[in-house]
Design a protein around this ligand. Sequence first.
Ligand code: ZN
Length: 189
Amino acid sequence: MTIGYLYVTRSEIDGVLYVGQSSKTDADSVANYLGSGDYFKQAIAEHGVENFTKTVLGHFDDQAALDFAEIHAIARLRADGHQLLNAGVGGPRTQREFIRAMFQRFGVLPQMPSAWLQAIDENPQEVRDLVAAGADVSTEDFYREYEAQLRQTQDLSRDCPRCGAAVDDVCRTRTGNPSKNHVGRLAPA
Ligand SMILES: [Zn+2]
């Protein structure tokens, strides 16, 4: 049974790509959902939805296979010189752990696109194992990773009037978990 699919969305304006995966496999979602991600959403806002073309790359029966396919597609496109709007390398949400494991095992980093792709191409089973290990993390580890990502992607230069987060602290949900900036955090005081 299909649990999700992999797709690439292309801007007809400047050719930049966004690779993503989705578990919403109904025809309407497949036809209309273009992708998420902070950089990608900015590009959509700038270029307009009508200037993006989405191509489905494949359907998958399990999450590990889908994660691996996403990592591989992003690696291949970057090694081929394409510009991607993806902030990360794809795959499990705990990407820092995965990237660290890739470096320990193969001495490669995402910033070395050819070597990164080569390591994946030459060691598919080992990389799948690393992906599976990265996907199988505790909620606590996930939120720690998520908070680190938010520190990179969110503008924390003002405090948040909604949740009270101070400058340099991420926004938090009512249950105390890290979240993206609340609406209004960056509005002029
Ligand atoms: Zn907030």
